[in-house]
Design a protein around this ligand. Structure first.
Ligand code: GLN
Length: 196
């Protein structure tokens, strides 16, 4: 089977690191900024960065509705940190005019860990990923305050949910693209392959 084409939303955030991790996980990785580019990918990663800026740029670039439509239509999506925020059906501590795409029946609290600790690393046991815990890099990270029945919790840290999956949508509070450990990207690429 040919390698799936996985885009990285390149409005803002750590795009390059995801492109590298996806290529290491045997995907054809490319940046996505415009609706025409979105139409050509099998799946999408939404990187970390600043979700308020990402939301503003998505509106400005005419990407908000095309993104919502693809997510609704079942395109596999993986959001890290700010990307997790973008995939939340409901947001706490967001900016008033901040838009999300939705996709996971969860309530995400923005900057939740950030209030306690700006940035830290921790070993995270991740359901469905073999070979021991993954290294989680948390940077002003959100956590998942609660999930609906359709969403599955894949990892917790300090009693807080930090990885969830609902159907084709995966979200983590932390940044696996910054660690050189590509297992979470490989997990996502397997999800994409399973749906093709
Ligand atoms: N590392 C990150 O992606 C930080 C997320 C950021 N705190 C936000 O609200 O978007």
């Amino acid at each position: 089977m040919t390698n799936p084409v996985v885009g990285v939303l390149a409005l803002q955030g750590d795009v390059r690191e995801h492109l590298i991790a996806l290529a290491a996980a045997d995907a054809v990785a490319r940046p996505v900024r415009r609706p025409e580019e979105l139409a050509e990918v099998d799946a999408l990663v939404i990187p970390g960065g600043e979700s308020t800026t990402m939301s503003k740029l998505a509106v400005l670039f005419g990407m908000l509705e095309p993104l919502r439509e693809r997510v609704r239509a079942g395109m596999p999506v993986y959001g890290t940190c700010a990307g997790m925020i973008m995939l939340a059906d409901k947001l706490l501590d967001g900016r008033e005019d901040q838009e999300t795409l939705g996709g996971v029946d969860m309530i995400v609290r923005r900057n939740a860990f950030g209030r306690q600790n700006e940035s830290f690393e921790a070993k995270i046991d991740f359901a469905g990923i073999a070979g021991g815990p993954v290294e989680g890099v948390f940077i002003r990270a959100p956590w998942v305050e609660s999930v609906g029945a359709a969403a599955e919790v894949l990892a917790t840290y300090d009693g807080h949910t930090v990885a969830v999956r609902q159907g084709n949508v995966l979200a983590t509070s932390f940044h696996p693209e910054l660690t050189g450990d590509d297992r979470v990207h490989a997990y996502f690429v397997d999800m994409v392959r399973a749906g093709l």
